[in-house]
Write a protein that binds this ligand. Structure first.
Ligand SMILES: [Zn+2]
Length: 437
């Protein structure tokens, strides 16, 4: 058994890892990487279109599924496996991404043929592939539908975490790991650095509500730029959880914005114990719907206390940049960042302290307060080490993280747990050895 990194080696984005076992070749995830200049695709992947027996997908974020339409257009024609909830979200993402590409003047293949190849898998179900290799999907937390993937073939095993969260969120239960040990663990390292310390959900919620409370107190408007899938739902349920506190500030309106946010919330609600119900007036959050053409002015006027939750999460498109432009000039307002901000994005510039940023080619001066509360649904340094201990792998390959994070996590696995670990760059091919007994 061997693995090869086509993307996600020492980077966040374009997750795509091919696995070869005698008789079977498969791909773990098929994502793309959004960069300021456009997008980056997995390396040397198209040459495998005719050779792969299956694509296994961990979850519906663009950096894990965004290249599927292109890969199928390039000639891949075998099954694409994922959970049913991931399939629903993937449909939304690929259709939206095709529209965005066309708007930006890039050709996008029709996502239809890729969507037609999708086959649903249930969690914990063992699926047999040609050549005798099997795989199973395991609850990964992170976002609705997300799964870690366990592949077994010819006496070897790999567990690929995808993006994983081992603590319970308001929206989703924690990850459930498969029975170890495994020969090789491919471990996401988004927050794997030594300085990455996970706040408890209570601490997170407290910081979030306090910042919002202070801004509302001074009659400011709050903008929460948020990823449509997963994060927006967690933010909305957090506001609902602490609704009583909001009521101290009068009739606070929550304004969710973005077609993808609504679509993803519907998919979430279908299987949720506590649905958000954006379309029902009696939903737990009772968000306000203002006609689209008047919404931004109405919100920016500050005539009622408002919290806007708008996509995109890194202020790179969608409605969050438009709200930012309207709200940036008033020091009473609060721009509250809740997620990972990739280098080169306006969100990252704000977090790094810049108060003059470019939005859609226009210079914007930021007088509003900029706050950050991590709503991350990944494991952090210590939780990742516990996960490694639980699975007791023979080797660990740290991926899906900036180079320093991957390296620090790999070093800690070796030094503290005595397990062989590395952080391979893209292009690396690694033979999976049997776990030492
Ligand atoms: Zn993700």
């Amino acid at each position: 058994m061997s693995v090869r990194f086509h993307g996600s080696g020492l980077e966040v984005g374009r997750s795509a890892i091919s696995v070869s076992v005698p008789g079977t070749r498969l791909l773990l995830d098929c994502g793309l990487k959004l960069v300021p200049e456009g997008e980056e695709h997995p390396l040397a992947l198209d040459e495998l279109t005719g050779e792969l027996d299956a694509v296994l997908v961990s979850h519906a974020h663009l950096d894990h599924v965004g290249y599927l339409s292109d890969f199928v257009a390039a000639g891949y024609h075998n099954p694409i496996y994922m959970t049913e909830q991931t399939a629903r979200l993937t449909r939304l993402l690929l259709e939206d991404s095709a529209k965005v590409r066309e708007i930006l003047g890039h050709h996008s293949p029709d996502p239809g043929p890729a969507l037609d190849l999708i086959q649903h898998v249930r969690l914990e179900e063992e699926v047999r592939l040609p050549g005798g290799t099997t795989f199973s999907a395991h609850q990964a937390g992170h976002i609705p539908g997300a799964a870690g993937l366990l592949v077994r073939g010819r006496g070897r095993s790999i567990f690929y975490t995808g993006d994983i969260c081992t603590r319970k969120l308001h929206t989703i239960p924690p990850a459930e790991l498969p029975q170890g040990p495994v020969d090789c663990l491919i471990l996401e390292s988004t927050y794997g650095g030594l300085s990455d310390v996970l706040p408890t959900i209570e601490t997170r919620d407290r910081a979030f509500m306090e910042m919002i409370g202070t801004a509302l107190e001074r009659r400011g408007t709050v903008l929460v730029p948020s990823f449509a899938v997963g994060r927006s739902q967690e933010v909305m349920l957090t506001l609902h959880e602490h609704k009583k506190e909001l009521l101290h500030h009068g009739n606070v309106r929550v304004v969710p914005c973005g077609g993808m946010l609504f679509g993803a919330t519907k998919v979430y609600d279908k299987e949720a114990k506590r649905p958000i119900g954006l379309d029902t007036k009696n939903g737990p959050l009772s968000p306000i719907h203002i006609p689209k053409n008047r919404r931004i002015e109405k919100v920016a006027s500050g005539e009622f206390p408002t919290i806007v939750i708008a996509t995109a999460g890194m202020l790179t498109g969608g409605s969050s940049p438009r709200y930012l432009r309207h709200l940036a000039g008033d020091s009473r307002n609060l721009i509250l960042i809740v997620g990972y901000q990739a280098e080169g994005t306006p969100g990252r510039e704000l977090l790094d302290g810049s108060r003059r940023i470019m939005i859609d080619g226009q210079q914007v001066d930021i007088k509003a307060e900029v706050g950050f509360v991590s709503f991350s649904s990944h494991t952090y340094h210590e939780q990742s080490l516990s996960l490694v201990q639980d699975l007791s792998p023979g080797t660990v390959l740290c991926n899906h993280g900036e180079p320093l994070k991957c390296a620090e996590l790999a070093s800690a696995v070796e030094e503290r747990l005595g397990i062989k670990a590395s952080a391979p760059p893209n292009g690396t091919m690694i033979r999976v050895a049997a776990r030492p007994t």
